[in-house]
Design a protein around this ligand. Sequence first.
Ligand SMILES: Nc1ncnc2c1ncn2[C@@H]1O[C@H](COP(=O)(O)OP(=O)(O)OP(=O)(O)O)[C@@H](O)[C@H]1O
Ligand SMILES: [Mg+2]
Length: 226
Amino acid sequence: MIRLRDVGFRYDAAGASGASAPVALRQISFEVPQGGFRWLLGPSGAGKSSLLRLLALTARPTSGTLEILGSSVAQARRAALARLRRRIGVVHQDFRLLPDLPVFDNIALPLRLQHRPEDEVRDEVHSILDWVGLASRATARPPQLSGGEQQRVAIARAVIHRPALLLADEPTNALDEYQANRLMELFRDLSGLGTTILVATHNDALIRRYPAHELELAQGRLLRDG
Ligand SMILES: Nc1ncnc2c1ncn2[C@@H]1O[C@H](COP(=O)(O)OP(=O)(O)OP(=O)(O)O)[C@@H](O)[C@H]1O
Ligand SMILES: [Mg+2]
């Protein structure tokens, strides 16, 4: 489960000359039960990616309290945060694949961080490569792939270790309708198995096709939770 209480976040005004740091999130409070699914909506610049960054533990709230998978983030030590991070899967808006590593190794990364035996890694990666339709591209490097293919690699990497929390930032923006629908079926299955899922999107057709609880942001504030 995740729980936010009055969470505020501002980016450090690195190098800014006297200008105050931009406030990305203000007084955000909501909860998501384990296995819950949330659409994260709002116009460009509303704070969706910033919120996902806090939930992914790659940034810390400037104010308020954040609890992820039962741990209070402010009090957690570095090692505990690292362990927590390994239970989170993230599909970044810009994919963030490692360009010099083959597709196979990009996807295998979360399993190798868990020190899983290599034969297990091979089986898991091949089966998810089949699922995302990229079995023939296992040895390709990400820059050799189309945008949609890269996005499917990013999705495979985010779910391969069956994370307890899955954060997906515009995960369908490079996918066709068929692939987007399959991804939604995957999310539905994972949520049924107890994975908490937040998906930021501008894909109105997809939201209409898969109605679910919505968190709507505007100018860093939570406008709607329902
Ligand atoms: N690295 C950064 N440094 C400083 N400000 C940032 C940074 N990233 C985002 N911001 C600012 O924080 C605010 C929220 O941005 P964010 O990326 O969270 O929006 P978003 O809802 O994800 O938008 P989009 O739909 O375009 O992806 C914006 O005003 C943005 O300019
Ligand atoms: Mg964004």
